[in-house]
Design a protein around this ligand. Structure first.
Ligand code: UD1
Length: 346
């Protein structure tokens, strides 16, 4: 079985990718520092897959640990998630973000070179496009200056990898530019576990419905969109995970020693914030307590992907609707709420 190293494999997207890797006959190996994830995720993955796998607890800045992992296992490919991802926090702590996301990547690439690993997938983001002039965005859409240190680390990360390959390093890499991942594994064994108050829309909706938050504030209803609220391309995390496995399979057969490319991973459809709330209300049968507030600084009005390139290269199609994603997010939240109420009783 081929070993795939998943950095940040206990995180939201990483954990779903680990499940998919198992399903496709790979042996995922996780390195995670558990700074924004919980150990219970590992058990959740084991419950779904029935498989055991190796988990290294540590930081990708620790090259001695990386070398130990590469020495212990023949690594066929790497999927690199380990990074910080909160936009607001990155504005307050830019050096923390550059250290984790940029120095972390450099640390990993140095060891990749030393051990001659062939295939790499990098977690990038649609944030690299800023507010595009034309929609949908293709991979050719010009990048805009990043509006946060977090966004900048994704732009720089792509460039670091491309420069490394252009310098002659034998490496094939693809940066996947994610749109907005939502949903959870349909078993509710794993899902998103935001620390503290969520920044993202869907966990905020489900936590409000579960009574953990008083109400959701919709950030602005005076945008130039059909209902005045922002538009995003929300993709079920299982579809996103599937794209990673297909990308690993593609890199394995891609017939060159050096290769760099970028792919949009979204659904190709945009939905407004109010449409997401409606989808939630219809799957849950609940009325969500929300109010309209001011625009959030730094939000783009609308963005959604053109996904022709990833469909063609990865032979991949999204399988899940917005409604299914909201259903799975809600099931997951209910499980978390049940667990925490039974924990507090016991
Ligand atoms: C955000 C980041 C983006 C990052 C992505 C990671 C910003 C400006 N952008 O994307 O760089 O890659 O998360 O997941 O932070 N909304 C509300 N009320 C809320 C929360 C969100 O109305 O309480 C709205 C937002 O205005 C936006 C939509 O919901 O229109 C989605 O927001 P969010 O989930 O935070 O994602 P992005 O802003 O697209």
């Amino acid at each position: 079985m081929k070993n795939i190293l998943v950095t940040g494999g206990a995180g939201y997207i990483g954990s779903h990718v680990v499940v998919k890797l198992h399903e496709h006959g790979y042996n995922p190996i996780i390195i995670d520092d558990f700074s924004n994830s919980q150990h219970s995720v590992i058990q959740g993955i084991k419950n779904i897959t029935g498989k055991d796998f190796k988990v290294y607890e540590g930081d990708i800045l620790d090259q001695s640990l990386l070398k130990k992992i590469f020495g212990n296992h023949k690594i066929e490919g790497i999927i690199h998630f380990a990074a910080k991802k909160a936009v607001g926090e990155s504005v307050e702590k830019p050096l923390y973000y550059y250290k984790n996301n940029v120095s972390g990547l450099v640390s990993l690439l140095e060891v990749v070179k030393e051990f001659n690993v062939k295939n790499l997938i990098f977690s990038s983001s649609c944030t690299v496009y800023g507010q595009p002039d034309k929609l949908p965005v293709t991979e050719e859409t010009p990048k805009k200056p990043a509006n946060s240190p977090y966004g900048n680390t994704k732009q720089i990360g792509e460039e670091i990898i491309e420069d490394t390959i252009n310098s002659g390093t034998t490496l094939k890499a693809i940066a996947l530019r994610y749109f907005n991942p939502i949903g959870a594994h349909p078993s509710s064994e794993i899902g998103e576990l935001p620390l503290g108050t969520p920044n993202n829309l869907v966990p905020f909706i489900t936590q409000t419905a579960a009574g953990l938050r008083d109400s959701l504030t919709v950030f602005g209803d005076n945008y130039d969109t059909p209902d005045g609220t922002c538009i995003r391309d929300y993709i079920h995390v299982m579809d996103l995970a599937d794209a990673h496995v297909r990308c690993i399979e593609y890199l394995e057969v891609e017939n060159s020693d050096q290769h760099f490319d970028v792919l949009n991973i979204g659904t190709g459809r945009g939905n407004t914030v109010l449409e997401v709330i409606n989808a939630f209300e219809s799957v849950s049968g609940l009325k969500l307590n929300f109010k309209i507030g001011d625009r959030r600084a730094g939000d783009v009005e609308q963005i959604f992907a053109q996904v022709d390139k990833s469909r063609q290269i990865l032979k991949w199609e999204t399988q899940h609707s917005l409604t299914e994603a909201m259903r799975d997010s809600w099931k997951w939240q209910q499980k978390l709420s049940n667990k925490s109420s039974s924990d507090s009783v016991s």
